[in-house]
Design a protein around this ligand. Structure first.
Ligand code: URA
Length: 430
């Protein structure tokens, strides 16, 4: 087989065989096919697309490029979730304990944040003492004992994705639906769960800018998952504003605890309850959607999910003595509206960038995160505001620069006519 023939076939709209796709991926990982040929192939895929079957073959080749986690030592149905990346997305911290309290097993490998989006590992590490470097034995034991563990990846999972993603990033071929679907699904399948819930964000701050693209991506990921015998449910959710109110590591942990205590922002609580119910239903812990919804709601209201969160954090060495003193920013500065009106949009990208510039996120992989800083919204889309009222609160450890105010100014769009509150879940694809 020759790489140039495979490039030409895809360039001309041909359908690649399993063997041809496996040849590309294994050759690239081994270093026998150079970057320039894989770049040309990626661009051909970007323009010509892939059939569902080709995307499944690509996923399979990527999945087997590295280690596959064996969760067979965990009793019960293993569930997992993945978000395509958002601002203020602390759902794992809420959903994990919630579904574990209902009897599901969540064995989750999470990532760090980069750029305007946050990562679960950074949020966990903002809790004093909390460790994410669990050994495999410890990880499996913890899931068996308490139903939940969240750790950083130790095994070499899907090395093909690391190589391909870096190349896509510098060749303009990231926004290709089959490439995104195989990238996400290869990593999820390598993590070994039986049930996978996907949260596909739509909006300015997200990979998918339109509902049509989000739908195409979701359908493809559900189809790929099914071809591997997994139950996959995709939630298409709004990222035209940050999720919940808090953005920044400790601020988000605090909001997660408030949500588990029944005092969370409405959009965040709704999303966690709905994804939680889908996980419980697909895991066979409830036989109907309504029963699943009642079960997760009950575990949120009766304090069992909060107790599970505490057990989980304690198992990983973390401790929060006093929630009211958990966030220790040196300065809290209000950002106020200079007009009367209604909030039409809160650009999640601008809010995420503002939090990153305060030190709450990483511009490069090497940056060190300040756990205390971030932004807490005081208004969401659809809320009314009067001139002089607070739109957001800035938590900073340094004097707040003009750049941060400009980001917030750009983020909030205030109009004079009333605005309807958007639904957090726009569609569900099973
Ligand atoms: N997230 C991934 O993991 N891969 C992509 O290609 C895009 C988003």
């Amino acid at each position: 087989m020759r790489m140039v023939d495979i490039i030409e076939k895809k360039r001309d709209g041909g359908v690649l065989t399993e063997a041809e796709i496996a040849f590309v991926i294994s050759g690239y990982v081994k270093g026998t096919i150079p970057d320039y040929q894989v770049s040309a192939w990626l661009m051909a895929v970007y323009f010509q697309g892939m059939t569902d079957e080709e995307a499944a073959f690509l996923t399979k080749s990527m999945l087997h490029s590295g280690d596959v986690i064996d969760l067979s030592k965990i009793q019960g149905i293993k569930v997992d979730k993945h978000s395509t990346g958002g601002v203020g997305d602390k759902t794992t911290l809420i959903l994990g304990p919630l579904v574990a309290a209902c009897g599901a097993k969540l064995a989750k490998l999470s990532g760090r944040g980069l750029g305007h989006t946050g990562g679960t590992l950074d949020k966990l590490e903002s809790i004093p003492g909390c460790r994410i470097d669990l050994s495999e034995a410890q990880f499996l034991r913890q899931v068996n004992e308490i139903g939940i563990a969240v750790a950083g990846q130790t095994a070499e999972i899907v090395p093909a994705d690391k190589l391909l993603y870096a190349l896509r990033d510098v060749t303009g071929s990231v926004p290709s639906i089959p490439l995104i679907a195989s990238s996400i699904m290869s990593k999820k399948l390598a993590s070994g769960a039986d049930v996978i819930c996907l949260d596909v964000k739509i909006g300015e701050g997200a990979f998918m800018k339109t509902i049509e693209d989000a739908r195409r991506l979701s359908k493809l990921m559900v189809t790929i998952g099914a071809s591997f015998g997994k139950k996959v449910v995709a939630f298409l959710t709004d990222m035209d504003q940050p999720l919940g109110l808090a953005v920044g590591n400790r601020l988000e942990v605090r909001e997660a605890i408030e949500t588990l205590s029944g005092h969370g922002p409405e959009d965040l609580e709704t999303l966690c309850l709905e994804i939680g119910a889908a996980m419980i239903r697909e895991a066979g812990l409830a036989t109907a959607d309504d029963e699943a919804r009642s079960l997760v709601k009950e575990h949120l209201r009766n304090g069992k999910a909060l107790a599970k969160f505490q057990e989980f954090i304690q198992a990983q060495g973390g401790k929060i003595d006093d929630l009211s003193r958990f966030v220790q920013a040196k300065e809290i500065v209000d950002f106020r509206s200079d007009v009367d009106g209604y909030v039409q949009r809160i650009n999640a990208l601008d809010i995420g960038l503002a939090s990153m510039r305060l030190g709450g996120g990483r511009e490069t992989k090497e940056d060190v995160i300040d756990p205390n800083v971030g932004i807490v919204l005081a208004r969401k889309v659809g809320d009314s505001v009067r001139k002089g009222q607070i739109l957001a609160r800035i938590y900073a450890d340094q004097p707040v620069t003009e750049e941060i105010f400009l980001s917030l100014q750009a983020a909030f769009v205030i109009v004079s006519d009333p605005v309807e509150k958007p639904a957090i879940i726009r569609e569900i694809i099973r």
